[in-house]
Design a protein. Sequence first.
Length: 153
Amino acid sequence: MTTEPPDLSAIIVRRATPQEIIDLRWRILRQGLPRSEAIFPGDELATSLHFAAAAGDTVLCCATMHLNQWESEPAYQLRGMATDDGYRGCGLGSRVLEALQSAVFAETPIRLLWCNARTPALSFYRRQGWEVRSDMFHIPTAGPHVKMTRRLT
Ligand SMILES: CC(C)(COP(=O)(O)OP(=O)(O)OC[C@H]1O[C@@H](n2cnc3c(N)ncnc32)[C@H](O)[C@@H]1OP(=O)(O)O)[C@@H](O)C(=O)NCCC(=O)NCCS
């Protein structure tokens, strides 16, 4: 049996509210845990940026930037990067991350980004210009990670 490729024509990348993206985060990144684990401290702050790829009200990919620090320098931390299983590898993750990076560049003075990257997503981030900045470490509920950064120019 062959699987039809998903229809991408109705999907737009846009700003989102935390309320719109929490269920996708929960399903992809916090499976088996209480929904409250998918609500991150800082989500509601005015400095936080949330983007989604969505078809109408259906959110298929999401990501968030929280204002934070990297080695004492103000930096945005990328959090909650997730794409619905049926839409992986279609470019939605790249589009959402590019939109977030552009928003940080255009709307804030911050030029440094960092994240705790799950190791299976390493090549995805590298392709977007991110660099590994730590040894591998384990997060008990989410597996092996590395710290990555990207400087916006
Ligand atoms: C990482 C993730 C957000 C990428 O989103 P995406 O919408 O698939 O991103 P893109 O389509 O722009 O690029 C996907 C990459 O996966 C590859 N890919 C192709 N088909 C794929 C599939 N069915 N499933 C996963 N990845 C696929 C693409 O070739 C591309 O390659 P790369 O790894 O060399 O960059 C997504 O895989 C995901 O939600 N993973 C599970 C949660 C996760 O690990 N999030 C990151 C937390 S740090």
